[in-house]
Ligand binder design. Structure first.
Ligand code: ATP
Ligand code: MG
Length: 347
């Protein structure tokens, strides 16, 4: 049976002072008596077997509205809009609300709505959950699972580089997420990069923003504006050719190499176009063998091959020796993320 829906619009059928309350007071200042639960936000009906604290919202609940959430603070800015930390009024649950301001044509709106639907139906522990999305008057709002460690790009700013054993543990999770998108959902991410790989205090690593940001970028002409962000696009995408799942593997290779060395793998260029030209024309970047294990160098070169057909799939890469070579160390990403300077916002 579906749990009770927290509804701030639910009006008291009888004045609050007439309700006999007295069973108990929970830590959050909530009175509960049988099926009635009262707190500062009003009254709601709960099911008999419900715990004293409100149930957490599940992605399948389809019960979130913008009126149900309070804005806490802005946690990030991307090229398309802002990301806010928000809190659900009834359950206290945190979410990230991505707000994208866009004046788009009807056809684009439909395409984005379609992509968001795919997002909503994707439930994998290695992919950021998209709970709900709204479109109103040129503004797209997406309620996402809140990842309290921020992105790998944020984390990298603090730690500068990520040592191989941690990177192997991170990469394993990203690959499982990619395998889910590629093999089960048949989705190409199209915008895999450190800022779209999110982490939390439990040591979980999840992929976010698949499909949506790429569509928005290509539709709004943002791709043609040099924003200073590095580009993780594969050579075949740059030249406008056919691209598939293996395009994401190129991006993964660049992202992992950047995490290991602390630098975007291509040297800075004067313009965005020169960078794109270098990706297409120069030999692919490699991990320097004097600084990294043979396994890591081999992993990077299995990803960063200019011809897509020379790259390995996510499934094959999961068997790569780099991913298991540090297994004996029993790497604890939870403590690494929380103690290595991650800007964790809340616990
Ligand atoms: P771009 O717009 O160029 O793709 P981006 O990926 O950084 O860049 P956003 O996706 O808008 O842009 O995210 C901005 C920042 O917000 C991220 O770098 C991250 O710090 C934070 N962020 C995004 N989604 C979440 C989330 N679900 N939980 C916690 N923080 C998030
Ligand atoms: Mg993003």
């Amino acid at each position: 049976m579906r749990k009770a829906v927290p509804n701030p619009n639910l009006k008291l059928a009888v004045p609050a002072h007439e309700i006999t309350i007295g069973k108990f007071l929970t830590q959050s200042g909530t009175f509960k008596d049988g099926d009635l639960l009262v707190n500062k936000d009003g009254l709601r009906i709960v099911s008999q077997n419900e715990e004293e604290e409100p149930p957490l919202i599940k992605p399948s609940d389809n019960q979130l509205t913008l009126a149900d959430i309070d804005m806490v603070k802005v946690i990030g800015k991307g090229s398309g809009g802002i990301v806010q930390l928000v809190r659900h009024k009834w359950t206290g649950q945190f979410f990230a609300l991505k707000v994208i301001q866009l004046n788009i044509e009807e056809s684009m709106r439909k395409q984005i709505a379609q992509e968001l639907k795919i997002n909503l139906s994707t439930q994998c522990p290695y992919v950021v959950v998209c709970y709900q999305s709204f479109y109103d008057n040129g503004v797209i709002s997406i309620v996402l699972e809140y990842m309290d460690g921020g992105s790998l790009a944020d984390f990298l700013k603090k730690v500068k580089t990520i040592p191989e054993p941690y990177l192997a543990a991170i990469c394993k999770q990203v690959l499982i997420g990619l395998m889910h998108l590629h093999h089960e959902k048949r989705i190409i991410h199209r915008d895999l990069k450190p800022s779209n790989i999110l982490i939390n205090h439990r040591g979980e690593v999840k992929i976010s923003d698949f499909g949506v940001s790429a569509i928005i970028q290509s539709s709004s002409g943002l791709r043609d504006t040099f924003t200073g962000t590095c580009n993780y696009m594969s050579p075949e995408r740059i030249i406008g050719g056919r691209h598939g799942y293996l395009s994401d593997i190129w991006s993964l290779g660049l992202a992992m190499l950047e995490c290991a060395t602390g630098q975007f793998p291509y040297p800075p260029r004067d313009s965005f176009y020169e960078l794109l030209e270098a990706v297409v024309e120069q030999p692919p970047p490699r991990a320097p063998p004097d600084h990294f294990s043979e396994e890591f160098c081999s992993f990077i070169s299995a990803c960063v091959q200019k011809k897509a057909e020379d790259r390995k799939s996510a499934q094959v890469l999961l068997e790569h020796p780099f991913l298991s070579m540090y297994d004996d160390l029993h790497i604890d990403l939870a403590s690494y993320f929380t103690t290595a300077g991650s800007p964790l916002a809340t616990f």
